[in-house]
Design a binder for this molecule. Structure first.
Ligand code: ARG
Ligand code: ZN
Length: 858
C-alpha cells in the first residue's frame, strides 16, 4: 500500500490532551489512555474518529465515561463514531514488552522498559491518531515494582510520586509543551544518573541527567560535556534556548537507530553515550558529540517546530544534521569535519541517489516510512539547506532561521514553510531552488576552462540524471565557490561564488595573462559530481597550494580517482601507470613533509577514496578490479614511501595520550602509517602493529593495530583477537568492534570467519548493534561481499530472511547493498538479483523489507 504526499488531509479530530496510565511489567503492561478529542474545524467533518493501532487490541472502550461497543476495527485501526464536538475517549490496551523484538513501541532491554515511537511506534502502545500533525499535552502516570523499576521517567517534569501497594511505586509526569505522539517516551528501570546542571542565557537552571545501567556511569562524562556544549552553542549560533527545567538522556543497548529526540527525555543507543579512552576510539568520541548535539538541537528543529506529515521528514532531519555539523565544526577542526561530512555523503548518499531506491529529500510516496530515514533525507537534506546558507551568507541565513522558528513555533510545518521563511528572512529568491526538494539524483556538472590572451572562460554544464519515477529533470541552481590560482605565485584574487542555474552557462574572467589553475566547488559548496578532465600537475598543484582545505583534499582525491579509473578501465599502459603513480607519490611526500599542516588534516589528505565512491564512477563496476587496483596503489605507496611512513609512525608513537587535537591527529596518523606499511612493507608493519597493540593505552591505537593484524595471516592475528576478546568481554560496545573488525578485514578468509562468528556465543540476532557489527561490516567490505563465488551475497540474503521476522526495520537496512546489482558487472549482478528474488519469495515479508526488495528488483 502506497501513501502519497498529495493525498494529505488535515486530521478530522484533534486531541488537545491525553492522559496515559501505565501499569508496568516486563511481560505484561496495561495501558489506559484518556483522550480529550475535539472536532478539527479545518478537518473534513467526519463523525468517525480514526485511531491507529498496530498489533494491539482494545480491552475496553469508553466514551464520556460510559462503555461503548459501536467501535469497529479497520485493519489495525480502531474506528469510533462520535456524535458531538468534543468527547473524552478512554481505551485500555495490553502489551508484552519482553516479546517486542521489533524495538518499536514499548519494549524491554536488559530488564528495563523503554519506548521508541518515531515514526509509527506509538500505535503499538495505544490507539491514537498517530500522525505528527496531532499535537497534545501529555500527562503520564506509571506504576510498577519498585525493585525492578526504581527509576520512572517520561517527558517533561515529574509532578508527583509515591509508594503503592505490594512493593510498587508510581510517578506522574507532565509535559507542558504540546507534541505529536512520536515524541512520547517512557523509561522504567534500575538506572543510575550522571547529574549536572546548565544555566540558560535567561537564567533558567536546567537539571541534566544521563541515565545508564549501574557500572556504566563512569563512561558518561564526555556525553555530559557534549550536552552542555550543545545547549550553549544553540543559544549562540541559532538563538535557541532550552524550555524545561529538566533534560534526561537514557542509554539503551537495544536500539534500532542512533538516538531519539523525545521531548525532555532523549533515548540513546549506548554507543552514542558511553566512552572512556580505554574503550572508545576518537571517532566514537566525535560521534557521541555529534549525536548528543543532534538530538538536543531537535528540541527546536523537530519538537517546538515539528513536521506536518512524514513526507516532511527532512524539514527536521536535514536541518538538524546541518546544525549538528556546524556544532561539531565549531567544537573541533571545521576543515576536517567538512571533509568527513562529504565523505559520508559520497559513500552513503550518492549510491542511494544513483540506485533503485533514489528519492528526493521530500519524497512523493512511501510504503513504510522507516525506510526513509536515509542519507538522502538526512545528509543531502543538510547539504540543500547549507547551500541556502552559502547563497545568503551566515547573517542573512540566521535571519531566515529566526523567522522560521518565530513563525512556526508550536506548529507542524512543511519543507515549503521552511523555504518560505528563509526566502523572506534571508531575502533570497528560492523559486527555482525548490527543485532540490522535489528532484532526486545527484546533478552532474561538467567543467571546462579555456584561456586566451588574458581572458579565462569557464564553461559549466549540468545534467540531473533520471531516477525511478522521474525520467526528466530540470536544471537546479548550483552554487559553486571558485578561485583561480596563478601557477607561479600560488596566489588567487579572492574566492567567488557563481550560480549555475541553466543547462549550460559561461563565466568570463579578465586579467589573467597566464592560464590559471581552477579550484572549484570549494568547501563542497554544492552536493554535485564535478567532471573536469585536467592534467595531474594541476591537481598536484592544488593539493599542495590550495588555501581551502576541502579543495586540497578534493585535489588529492581527484588525482587518485582519475588514476584508479584509468587503471581499472584498462586504459593505462605501464608507462602511464608509472608516471601517474609518481605524481601521486610526489603529492603524498609533499603532504607528509608539509609543516603547515596539522596532523588531523594531514590524515585526511592521506586517505584513499572509498571503494564505494570509486564504484560510483563507473556505469557498471567490477568491484574486484576496483579493490585490486586500490590495494595495488596502497601497496605501491607503502613500499615507495616506507621510510617516510616508518618515520611518521615513530614520530606519532612518541606522542602521549590526550584528547587534544595534536594527540588525536597523531593517533589518526599512527594507524594510517601502519595501514600503508602493511600493504607495502608487511614484515615491518606486523612488528609495529604488534608493538602498537601491546603498548596501546587507548582504544584508538589498540583498534587500529588490531585492524591491521586482523588482515594478516599467521598466529599473531589469532593471538591478538583472543587477547582483545578476553580483555573486553562483558563490554558489549567493544565486543561489537571485535565482530566488525573481523567482518571488515582484508583477510582472504573473511567469509569463513563471518560464518563462524555468526555461531559465536556472543552473537545474537536480537541486538541491532551486534547484527550491524557483523553483517553491516561484511556488506561494506567490498572484497568479501562481492566475492566471485556469490557467498557474500548469499550471507546477506540469508541474514535478511532470518532477521525480518525478528526486526524488520533493521533487516530492511541490508537490502540496498544487494539492490545495487544494476551497477555491478553482469555475472555478479545476476547473483545479487537472485538473492533479492529469494527474499521476495518469502511468504510473509514485512512491509519494510518488501518495499525495499520490490523497488530494488524494479
Ligand atoms: N529522529 C531520530 C533522529 O534522527 C531518528 C529516529 C528514527 N527511528 C526510527 N525507528 N525510524 O535523531
Ligand atoms: Zn534526527
Amino acid at each position: 500500500q502506497v501513501i502519497r504526499r498529495e493525498d494529505y488531509q488535515p486530521p478530522a479530530w484533534l486531541v488537545p490532551e491525553i492522559l496515559l496510565d501505565f501499569r508496568l511489567g516486563l511481560e505484561s503492561t496495561n495501558v489506559t489512555a484518556r483522550l480529550s478529542v475535539r472536532r478539527n474545524p479545518d478537518g473534513n467533518g467526519s463523525a468517525t474518529l480514526r485511531l491507529n493501532g498496530d498489533q494491539i487490541s482494545p480491552l475496553a472502550v469508553r466514551v464520556d465515561g460510559a462503555a461503548v461497543n459501536d467501535w469497529r476495527l479497520d485493519g489495525p485501526d480502531l474506528l469510533l463514531p462520535l456524535s458531538g464536538e468534543s468527547h473524552q475517549v478512554e481505551i485500555e490496551t495490553h502489551v508484552n514488552p519482553a516479546s517486542n523484538s521489533q524495538l518499536m513501541g514499548l519494549y524491554a532491554s536488559h530488564g528495563m522498559l523503554c519506548t521508541q515511537c518515531e515514526a509509527e511506534g506509538f500505535r503499538r502502545i495505544t490507539f491514537f491518531p498517530d500522525r505528527p500533525d496531532v499535537l497534545s499535552t501529555y500527562r503520564v502516570r506509571m506504576s510498577g515494582d519498585k525493585t525492578a523499576f526504581p527509576v520512572l521517567l517520561s517527558n517533561g517534569n515529574c509532578e508527583s510520586q509515591g509508594e503503592g501497594e505490594g512493593g510498587t511505586h508510581w510517578a506522574e509526569w507532565h509535559d507542558p509543551w504540546p507534541k505529536p505522539s512520536y515524541l512520547f517516551a517512557l523509561v522504567a528501570g534500575d538506572l543510575i544518573a550522571n547529574h549536572d546542571t546548565f544555566t540558560t542565557r535567561s537564567g533558567r537552571t536546567v537539571d541534566l541527567n544521563i541515565w545508564v545501567r549501574k557500572g556504566d556511569e563512569e563512561r558518561t562524562q564526555h556525553a555530559m560535556e557534549s550536552l552542555k556544549a550543545s545547549m550553549k552553542w544553540d543559544e549562540e549560533a541559532f538563538g535557541r534556548e532550552y524550555d524545561l527545567d529538566l533534560f534526561n538522556i537514557v542509554a539503551v543497548s537495544d536500539f534500532n537507530m542512533g538516538a531519539m529526540e523525545n521531548k525532555g527525555l532523549n533515548v540513546f543507543n549506548t554507543r552514542y553515550v558511553l566512552a572512556d579512552p580505554e574503550t572508545a576510539t576518537d571517532a566514537d568520541y566525535d560521534a557521541i558529540e555529534g549525536v548528543i548535539g543532534h538530538e538536543y538541537f531537535h528540541n527546536w528543529s523537530g519538537n517546538r517546530v515539528t513536521c506536518r506529515d512524514w513526507f516532511q521528514l527532512s524539514l527536521k532531519e536535514g536541518f538538524t544534521v546541518l546544525r549538528d555539523q556546524m556544532f561539531s565544526a565549531d567544537m573541533g577542526s571545521s576543515a576536517v569535519k567538512r571533509i568527513e561530512d562529504v565523505r559520508i555523503l559520497r559513500s552513503a548518499q550518492y549510491p542511494e541517489d544513483s540506485g533503485p531506491l533514489a528519492h528526493s529529500i521530500r519524497p512523493d510516496s512511501y510504503q513504510e516510512i522507516s525506510n526513509f530515514y536515509t542519507a538522502t533525507i538526512y545528509n543531502k537534506g543538510a547539504e540543500v539547506i547549507r547551500m541556502m546558507r552559502t547563497m545568503a551568507g551566515p547573517e542573512r541565513f540566521r535571519a531566515g532561521t529566526d523567522l522560521y522558528f518565530e513563525r512556526h513555533d508550536g506548529e507542524a510545518a512543511t519543507c515549503e514553510d521552511f523555504v518560505k521563511a528563509i526566502e523572506d528572512g534571508a531575502e533570497l529568491d528560492l523559486g527555482q531552488f525548490r527543485l532540490w526538494y522535489s528532484q532526486a539524483g545527484t546533478p552532474q556538472v561538467a567543467v571546462d576552462l579555456e584561456h586566451s590572451g588574458d581572458r579565462v572562460v569557464l564553461k559549466l554544464a549540468q545534467v540531473v540524471p533520471p531516477t525511478p519515477g522521474q525520467p526528466e529533470k530540470q536544471p537546479v541552481p548550483v552554487p559553486l565557490k571558485l578561485a583561480l590560482f596563478d601557477r607561479e605565485t600560488g596566489q588567487h584574487r579572492g574566492e567567488e561564488l557563481v550560480i549555475l542555474d541553466k543547462p549550460e552557462q559561461t563565466f568570463t574572467f579578465e586579467g589573467y595573462p597566464r592560464a590559471p589553475v581552477l579550484s572549484i566547488n570549494r568547501g563542497f559548496s554544492a552536493p554535485v559530481a564535478i567532471a573536469f578532465e585536467r592534467p595531474a600537475q594541476d591537481l598536484v598543484f592544488l593539493a599542495a597550494h590550495d588555501d581551502d582545505p576541502f579543495a586540497r583534499y578534493e585535489a588529492m582525491q581527484s588525482l587518485v580517482v582519475q588514476h584508479l579509473i584509468a587503471a581499472v578501465g584498462g586504459s593505462l599502459g605501464e608507462g602511464a601507470r608509472a608516471v601517474e603513480r609518481d605524481a601521486i607519490g610526489q603529492a603524498f611526500k609533499a603532504i607528509l613533509a608539509d609543516d603547515s599542516l596539522d596532523d588531523l588534516m594531514r590524515g585526511e589528505l592521506l586517505i584513499l577514496p572509498a571503494e564505494g565512491y570509486l564504484a560510483e564512477q563507473f556505469l557498471v563496476a567490477d568491484p574486484t578490479a576496483i579493490h585490486a587496483e586500490r590495494e595495488a596503489l596502497k601497496a605501491w605507496l607503502g613500499s615507495k614511501l616506507k621510510d617516510s611512513f616508518a618515520e611518521l609512525h615513530d614520530r606519532v608513537s612518541a606522542v602521549s595520550y590526550s584528547r587534544d587535537a595534536a594527540a588525536r591527529g597523531a593517533r589518526k596518523l599512527k594507524t594510517q602509517a601502519l595501514v600503508y606499511l602493511a600493504a607495502g612493507a608487511p614484515a615491518d608493519a606486523k612488528r609495529r602493529a604488534i608493538e602498537q597493540y601491546r603498548q596501546a593505552d587507548n582504544m584508538t591505537d589498540r583498534q587500529g593495530a588490531l585492524m591491521v593484524l586482523a588482515g594478516l595471516e599467521g598466529p599473531e592475528r589469532r593471538e591478538a583477537l583472543a587477547d582483545y576478546h578476553g580483555r573486553y568481554s562483558g563490554n558489549a560496545l567493544v565486543i561489537d568492534k571485535w565482530f566488525s573488525l573481523q567482518a571488515g578485514s582484508l583477510h582472504p578468509d573473511v567469509l569463513t570467519h563471518v560464518q563462524a562468528l555468526a555461531e559465536h556465543p556472543d552473537f545474537t540476532m536480537a541486538n541491532p548493534n551486534r547484527v550491524r557489527a557483523l553483517y553491516m561490516a561484511l556488506a561494506m567490505n567490498a572484497k568479501a561481499f562481492h566475492a566471485p563465488s556469490g557467498e557474500g551475497y548469499r550471507m546477506i540474503g540469508e541474514l535478511i530472511r532470518q532477521l525480518d521476522p525478528i526486526n524488520p526495520q533493521t533487516a530492511a537496512r541490508f537490502v540496498p547493498s544487494l539492490g545495487r546489482w544494476r551497477r555491478i558487472e553482469p555475472r555478479r549482478a545476476a547473483m545479487m538479483r537472485g538473492e533479492l528474488e529469494r527474499i521476495a519469495a518469502e511468504p510473509s515479508l514485512s512491509r519494510d523489507v518488501l518495499e525495499q526488495v520490490t523497488k530494488s528488483l524494479g
